[in-house]
Design a binder for this molecule. Structure first.
Ligand SMILES: [Zn+2]
Length: 502
């Protein structure tokens, strides 16, 4: 069986620290849902005040008439210095605590790993020198945020951005001081930074530039069409988190409980928001299936860390499965997925609760997760089902699992799963070939599996984390903007929640 994969698959593995790989290519559907449900954040944009700062910098570039290629260097220099000021003020305020973390959330400010040691060592920040090193990207974090800023209408997203329709110049003037300080040569002392704490990332909620950013998300001043999605998603998030103790990592679980498993949700949130909740329901439930595939692949290839044959990896994968048929275990053996009135039951959460603290799912648990997804096809209402099944794409969706279960119902579980595992190796090879590209080092195939004679070796470790629906980032932005509040123990609607949910 070792001949089933061509040697070209082994050309050049990704580096061990290469993240975000998708060896089975099952994740695209989740990214598409996230982009539609939360168009105004990506996972790397957790700080609302950078949105305002970049909009203010766009106003500045326009004011100074910066448009040419030569101006780009000047613009980037100003962006970098201004980001260092914002970062340094926030690091200093975070060190002083003073309620900072309750309002800023748990994401470190951009450049913190450069700024904090510098501040601790010198007790000052040399803005120019720190600006040279806090980010390896020329335009600092502007590149990270610029797509989102264009969606929100804060800028036009260009390399030297122009202010967008949501850039309220008067409100953004609250950041004038940040730009003035950025261009000074005198290093900033801790006392200087303390005196600037109204410019901290945690202070944006009550500042005029924060009102500008809230307007961009929720008031339609950007005219991007994303406003409705933001309003409805924020309404659901506030409902999902209120009275909850969750930390950042389990926002998805709280959103599950609210959008997927809450009885009588439509009475609580109204028809319009409920329709949106059903799309969330489909996306959230689908993400469990996508996660199951990622877990399965990571476990399947893990024996190859110490070199081995694919037969060995497959045998190891099915070793602990019960001696029973597919039907007995994954069809008849499944618990009910809905209650007596058709509300989904949290079967995925029950399976998750059985996982030990080290995160090692059993192979059976992963397969049950997939089978539960297939079963849900029969029970979801049409709007949620459309989002859940996404039948247009060939990405091992619940329809694929349902037909696999039907085809293999009367086979021994271990045999059927062994064949499935072999199919996954073929699929991963094919995915890798599709992503193949020429580089200056030759042909590059994005895979961690290398062939060594008739043996295979896994370089590094495959990711087994769930794909992000961007909820932790959105939560952080909403917390900073005062749409959500956190008292250190539980969440509650923030002082500006009514702007969104009314
Ligand atoms: Zn602060």
């Amino acid at each position: 069986m070792t001949a089933m994969l061509g040697p070209a698959w082994t050309v050049k593995p990704d580096t061990p620290d290469d993240t975000g790989r998708q060896p089975l290519a099952v994740e695209t559907v989740i990214g598409a849902h996230a982009a539609a449900l939360l168009p105004g954040v990506i996972t790397t944009t957790p700080h609302a005040r950078y949105l305002a700062l970049h909009a203010r910098l766009a106003v500045e570039a326009q004011h100074r008439g910066w448009t040419s290629k030569a101006d780009l260097g000047r613009f980037h220099a100003l962006v970098r210095r201004a980001e260092v000021v914002l970062g340094a003020v926030s690091v200093a305020h975070g060190d002083a605590d003073d309620g900072h973390w309750l309002r800023a959330g748990s994401f470190g400010v951009h450049g913190v790993n450069t700024i904090r040691p510098e501040l601790h060592r010198q007790q000052t920040i040399d803005v120019g020198r720190t600006a040279d090193v806090y980010s390896r990207v020329r335009g600092g974090y502007l590149q990270t945020y610029s797509g989102i800023e264009a969606v929100l209408g804060l800028t036009d997203g260009a390399r030297i951005p122009a202010p967008g329709p949501a850039a309220d110049v008067e409100r953004l003037a609250a950041l004038d001081e940040a730009l003035n300080v950025a261009e000074r040569d005198k290093p900033l002392s801790v006392a200087d930074l303390d005196a600037l704490r109204h410019l901290c990332v945690c202070a944006v909620g009550d500042a005029p530039d924060g009102a500008c950013v809230r307007g961009a998300y929720f008031a339609g001043s950007g005219g991007s069409g994303a406003v409705g999605a933001h309003r409805r998603s924020a309404t659901l998030l506030v409902g999902a988190l209120t009275e909850e103790h969750v930390d950042g990592e389990s926002v998805d679980m709280a959103m599950d409980r609210w959008c997927c498993f809450r009885r009588g949700l439509s009475d609580l949130v109204g028809e319009d928001v409920h329709a949106h909740a059903l799309v969330w329901r489909g996306a959230l439930l689908r993400n469990w299936s996508v996660w199951a595939w990622r877990l399965i692949w990571a476990r399947l290839v893990s024996p190859l860390s110490s070199t081995g044959t694919l037969e060995h990896a497959v045998a190891e994968f099915v070793r602990t499965l019960p001696n029973a048929t597919v039907r007995e275990v994954l069809i008849d053996g499944l618990p009910s997925v809905v209650d007596d009135i058709g509300t989904p039951l949290p079967v995925e959460h029950d399976l998750y609760d059985e996982v030990p603290d080290d995160g090692d799912w059993t192979v059976l648990g992963m397969l049950q997760l997939l089978a539960v997804g297939a079963r849900r096809l029969e029970h979801l209402d049409p709007a949620a089902r459309r989002a859940f099944a996404d039948e247009a794409s060939d990405d091992l969706g619940p329809g694929y699992v349902a037909s696999w279960l039907t085809r293999n119902a009367d086979r021994r579980l271990a045999e059927a799963v062994a064949d499935l595992a072999k199919e996954l190796f073929h699929r991963a090879e094919s995915v890798s070939r599709q992503k193949m590209q020429w580089t200056r080092y030759g042909l590059r195939l994005p895979t961690r599996l290398r062939r060594v004679g008739d043996q295979w070796r896994l370089e590094g470790r495959e990711g087994r984390g769930a794909v992000s629906l961007r909820l932790p980032t959105f939560t952080n932005v909403m917390q900073q903007l005062g749409v959500l509040g956190y008292d250190g123990t539980i969440w509650h609607p923030g002082r500006y929640a009514v702007e969104v949910t009314s």
